[in-house]
Write a protein that binds this ligand. Structure first.
Ligand SMILES: [Zn+2]
Length: 444
């Protein structure tokens, strides 16, 4: 059966890795009738860390909204609240759909819905705590800026060399060919909006003067920690895509957004992140805790991977490798089956398999593939620490980031930089954008 015709604002491509047979689906959304030249490009990467399922959910709904299919969204209370906020701030006059429609005349969205596809499949198969690729590499530590190899078994292993992983290479190629004005790397584990540096303390010196306006505007929805990652997050990340996009590709607005944290972790009202407070305190207890983190203890709170060791309830949920291995063995022999989440939670957590309309049943698959006893509890904790489990919270998170991404696109539309980037490209300083693929290619 032929694939259904995509909406006219949407094009699909499968971008190959030049070195292997891997490829990544990329979605381009704009008003193609008004052309692509001179438009601002916003590159969104979701699903980089396997267990952060909610990031792909957000871009799935964004795709629906941008292509005018907002029937379901319009009924959500959270969407109505987000819309009212946009009116109040003078960003929109009508619905989010109308706002989006207007923006597509000036902005191109390039979306990678799931960067870590194999990892995502493993999570759907029950490996709910998996952050890295199935090859064991953290894709957000594999970039050639301030790269360090790290420990192979650690959750932040940078790979044998920079760009050793096809996924990172493909994202780099997309960025090089599309020259985005904004790059947004979506993660979860806390609420935050970060700009460079990741790999050192301080705000990167060449960020545009209006970067604080962008952060403040995004905060209208997030109401969370925001600023230079190395300062605000309380940990450093080496070989990250955000630092690379800023330093090597001169992306004007390089952002990492942390879209969800359990119990409002990272929200301003919750006092930001305990990790940050510990570090700021600088006392011996804090030093001890952070020192323990450096020893490679795993924490599931935040996106820090192995860096942070947190007090109290946040310190739980260590990934149990041997139990995972055992469970995988059980899966292979088809004998596993303990429920991880309640049925209500499973129903509430609606997981979609990418943007091509297939509806997945990931949490059910995960539950069916589950493990026993403490391991099941730990796995369930991973699901909960990175993903909203109740319908109301899920809708709130999605609405928050749909509106935030429109705010960012709106800012780009009002402060165009694409024209100067195009001029640079003509002078041969930068690679030119590729020609759009043919309809046959898109349908493939
Ligand atoms: Zn992450």
């Amino acid at each position: 059966m032929a694939a259904p015709e995509p909406p006219s604002q949407v094009r699909y491509e499968n971008l190959p890795d030049p070195e292997t047979d891997a490829s990544l689906p990329v979605v381009t959304i704009t008003d193609f009738a008004s052309g692509e030249a001179g438009k601002e490009v916003i590159l969104l990467v979701a699903g980089e860390h396997a267990r952060e399922l909610i990031t792909s959910e957000i871009v799935f709904w964004l795709g629906k909204l941008l292509s005018g299919k907002d029937d379901e969204l319009a009924d959500w209370t959270a969407i109505q609240t987000a819309t009212a906020q946009a009116w109040k701030r003078g960003w929109a006059k009508g619905t989010l759909k109308e706002w989006a429609e207007e923006l597509l005349g000036k902005v191109i969205f390039k979306i990678i819905p799931i960067e870590n596809i194999q990892g995502r499949k493993a999570v759907e198969g029950g490996d709910l705590c998996l952050r890295k690729t199935t090859a064991g590499v953290d894709l957000n530590r594999n970039w050639e800026y301030a790269w360090i190899k790290g420990e192979e078994g650690s959750d932040e292993y940078g790979g044998p060399k920079p760009f050793s992983e096809p996924e990172a290479r493909i994202v780099k190629l997309i960025a090089e060919s599309t020259r985005p004005q904004a790059f947004v790397n979506l993660h979860s584990g806390e609420y935050a909006v970060y700009v460079p540096w990741d790999s050192k303390k301080g705000l990167a010196p060449d960020l545009p003067t209006d970067i604080n306006d962008v952060l403040e505007n995004l905060d209208a929805y997030c109401q969370c920690m925001h600023g230079a990652a190395g300062d605000v997050a309380g940990y450093l990340a080496f070989g990250s895509s955000m630092d690379y996009m800023y330093e090597k590709l001169h992306v004007k607005y390089p952002l990492t957004v942390e879209v969800y944290g359990p119990d409002g972790l990272g929200k301003t009202a919750m006092g930001g992140h305990p990790r940050r407070k510990l570090q700021a305190a600088g006392n011996s207890t804090a030093a001890k805790l952070l020192g323990a983190a450096a020893d490679g203890k795993d924490s599931n709170a935040g996106d820090a991977g192995s860096r942070a060791m947190l007090p109290g309830k946040l310190a739980g949920g260590h990934r149990n490798e041997s139990a995972l291995v055992e469970r995988r063995r059980a899966q292979e022999s088809g004998s596993a089956g303990v429920t991880l989440a309640t049925n209500q939670q499973q129903q509430a957590f609606r997981v979609h398999a990418g943007m091509q309309g297939q509806q997945g049943t990931s949490s059910e698959a995960a539950a069916a593939a589950g493990a026993d006893g403490a391991d099941a509890a730990s796995l369930g904790r991973c699901l909960r620490d990175y993903n909203p489990m109740e319908t109301e919270e899920y809708e709130k998170v999605v609405a928050t980031w749909l509106a935030s991404l429109l705010v960012l696109a709106d800012h780009l539309a009002q402060h165009p930089a694409a024209t100067s980037a195009a001029a640079d490209a003509e002078q041969g300083q930068l690679p030119l954008p590729p020609t759009p693929p043919s309809k046959q290619e898109l349908a493939a």
